[in-house]
Write a new protein. Structure first.
Ligand SMILES: [Zn+2]
Length: 298
């Protein structure tokens, strides 16, 4: 091996560079490393890069903000299209199968669903029209039982409702909130802000027989001393049913920005008596049992 006279110089230079890179030299400030923190390198699943569908998309312009809408949103266009097909089915069996296939996720918020004792069930109705823009909630009583009421709301060219609450508090949704349900007709002077019969409200039915003959009636009774609707004895609303109604009213009014004074009884819209004097959600009960309104109107 031939001796290279530059080799010692190269070795010295290399050692000097190594020292400068690895350690502090006299006169230079001691570099300080940041203390290790929990956030420095989180050992999470995100450490592994997995391409997603959005990762490869080209950025789009910022969309125009849209107002809050109920969640989840139902594909109402498809719903109406499918209903048009179902309404042309002659066979009762095929019609029922078609309605079963229309099932959608309830639109009550997750918070509202968590407050309910029982999970919301969906029983789709095809008695709908597009473009509901509700500013009111209308409360009804079914007059009949749950099963018959659901069947009636599912009949072709019948009435319909967004929600039904059974006497045990079980909530059923029958029509997506963005669609019109046929639960009011237009309009008395008592509720003059509703200018047409559709597209302005969300309807809630409570399973209740309304006025009853106390002879032989074994359900709970409310006695209206004033006979404000022409009858003295009414089937009372159980606490579980009222509890669910409170959840629905609070959730629907919050999501749609509906004021509490626009939550009304059907009797305030049309010439009818439902939901009657036994309901104390908004009205003082002066009969027996007496109860103050749960939501006093402002
Ligand atoms: Zn009604």
């Amino acid at each position: 091996m031939q001796y290279n006279r530059f080799l010692p110089i190269l070795i010295l230079l290399a050692l000097g560079l190594l020292a400068a890179a690895c350690g502090p030299s006299a006169g230079s400030p001691t570099p300080t490393l940041p203390p290790p923190s929990a956030t420095a390198r989180p050992p999470t699943a995100t450490a592994t890069f997995e391409p997603t569908a959005t990762a490869t998309r080209t950025p789009r312009p910022t969309p125009t903000p849209i107002p809050p809408s109920p969640t989840p949103v139902v594909d109402v266009y498809n719903y109406v299209q499918n209903c048009d097909v179902i309404d042309h089915l002659v066979s009762t069996y095929e019609r029922q199968a078609g309605l079963e296939g229309l099932r959608f996720s309830t639109q009550l918020s997750a918070e509202a669903q968590a407050r309910l004792e029982l999970p919301v069930l969906v029983e789709p109705s095809c008695n709908v029209k597009p473009d509901n823009n509700p500013f009111a909630v209308v409360l009804h009583a079914t007059r009949g039982g749950l099963v018959g009421s659901i069947a009636e709301f599912q009949e072709r060219n019948s009435t319909s409702i967004h929600y039904i609450i059974d006497r045990d508090g079980q909530v059923y949704q029958m029509v997506p909130e963005e669609l019109v349900a046929f639960h009011v007709t237009c309009c008395t002077a008592q509720f003059g802000q509703v200018k047409e019969d559709y597209r302005q409200s969300i309807g809630i039915e409570l399973v209740n027989k309304l006025y009853v003959n106390p002879e032989g009636f074994d359900g709970p009774i409310y006695e209206d001393f004033l006979e404000a609707f022409g009858y003295r004895y009414w089937e009372d609303y159980p606490e579980a049913q009222i509890a669910s109604l409170i959840v629905l009213v609070e959730d629907i009014t919050a999501r749609w920005g509906i004021s509490m004074d626009q939550v009304v009884g059907h009797y305030q819209v049309n010439d009818t008596v439902d939901p009657g004097p036994a309901l104390n959600l908004f009205w003082q009960r002066n009969g027996n049992p007496p109860r103050p309104p749960i939501f006093p109107n402002p």
